[in-house]
Design a protein around this ligand. Structure first.
Ligand SMILES: Cc1ncc(COP(=O)(O)O)c(C=O)c1O
Length: 338
């Protein structure tokens, strides 16, 4: 039977989960690792889910329509690309403010989808880095000022970001693993994916452990990381210290649903990326590499013998070709314990 879709909006989600059997064998892992490959989404990342849900939930509430609304967001990441693609597919104008240091691939993709790039004053952008997440609201207000019917998509506190993952990503993981998942691993940018997935999985089985991947703060000075967009980890931040939540913890993140925070270095991230490419033929971005590295370290532990660990792998390494993620640097990776 034939099947022709009507729009890319029908292609979001149902991404595959693949067990990395050759990787498990080569590393002699005790636990099993099955990654959820979010780059199978039509605009290339898990952010497609959020962009579509935010737009369609606002449509259902009668708040927006393509004939009058301009969508507004401040981001340098996959959110911009996802929003731009679905704005185009649904006929919305989309105005995007960019954080500093946007990679050339991202800029070109935004150009391809014909997003409008807003001029945001440097001092407002600087505020985001000084004050943390709270300053994003000032930027969105500024960007909405001269727009007729602006709708700020507010990925950091819009609950439809969490809903996208509660309604879809979590149930997909549960169903595709036949409810056998033991540990979920994810990183936090807006917190929407880990919050939504964890909420769903823990409602199904409270014993499922949720582990959050955090960039090792020592690595901020790492010469490879420096100068790379987002400090090299592509949209995931340190949201928790021993003292509690950091200013980078967004409203949409849930500390209550988190069982463990795990630090990962950039060297471990690169090593995980290279192992996955070499043994599984899958080339992922740095946030995916970081969560995979956490999954590998968990799978090395005796206590996790036979357990099924599912890291969320947000996007593909092709999105960052200008950063040379694929480059093997023996001097960097020899310190890594896997
Ligand atoms: C590549 C990548 N990984 C991870 C994240 C974090 O995901 P979330 O915003 O759902 O916390 C983002 C975005 O912020 C991202 O673009």
């Amino acid at each position: 039977m034939g099947k022709i879709y009507n729009s890319i909006t029908e292609l979001v989600g149902h991404t595959p989960i693949v067990e990395f059997k050759r990787l498990e064998e080569k590393l002699g892992l005790k636990g099993r690792i099955a990654g959820k490959l979010e780059y199978f989404n039509p605009a290339g990342s898990h952010k497609d889910r959020m962009a579509l849900e935010i737009i369609e939930a606002a449509e259902r509430r009668g708040e927006i329509s393509p004939d009058k609304t301009t969508l507004v967001e401040f981001t340098s990441g996959n959110t911009g690309i996802a929003m731009a693609a679905f704005a185009a597919a649904k006929g919305y104008r989309f105005k995007i403010g960019l954080q500093n240091g946007v990679s050339v691939e991202r800029l070109k993709l935004l150009e391809a989808y014909q997003a409008e790039i807003a001029n945001v004053p440097d001092e407002l952008i600087a505020g985001v880095f000084e004050k943390g997440i709270a300053a994003f609201a000032d930027v969105l207000d500024y960007m909405s000022k001269d727009v007729d019917h602006p709708f700020a998509t507010r990925q950091l506190d819009n609950k439809d970001n969490i809903n996208a993952h509660y309604k879809h990503t979590g149930p997909e993981i549960w169903e595709d693993t036949d409810g056998k998942i033991d540990i979920f691993v994810g990183g936090v940018g807006t917190g929407g994916s880990t919050h939504g997935v964890s909420k769903f999985l823990k409602e199904k089985n409270p014993a499922i452990k949720v582990v959050i991947t955090q960039p090792d703060p020592k690595d901020v000075e790492n010469p490879i990381v420096k100068g790379v967009e987002d400090g090299g980890f592509h949209g995931i931040h340190q949201v928790h210290t021993d003292e509690g939540l950091t200013p980078m913890a967004p409203t949409n993140f849930s500390d209550e649903l988190t069982d463990e925070y795990n630090f990962i270095t950039y060297a471990e991230t690169l090593r995980a990326i290279h192992l996955l490419a070499k043994y599984e033929g899958i080339f992922v971005g740095a946030s995916a590499g970081a969560s995979l590295a956490v999954a590998i370290k968990l799978a090395q532990k005796e206590e996790n013998k036979g357990k099924l660990i599912v890291p969320l792998l947000p996007d593909n390494g092709e999105r960052y070709l200008s950063e040379d993620l694929q480059k093997i640097r023996p001097e960097v990776e020899e310190s890594v314990g896997f």
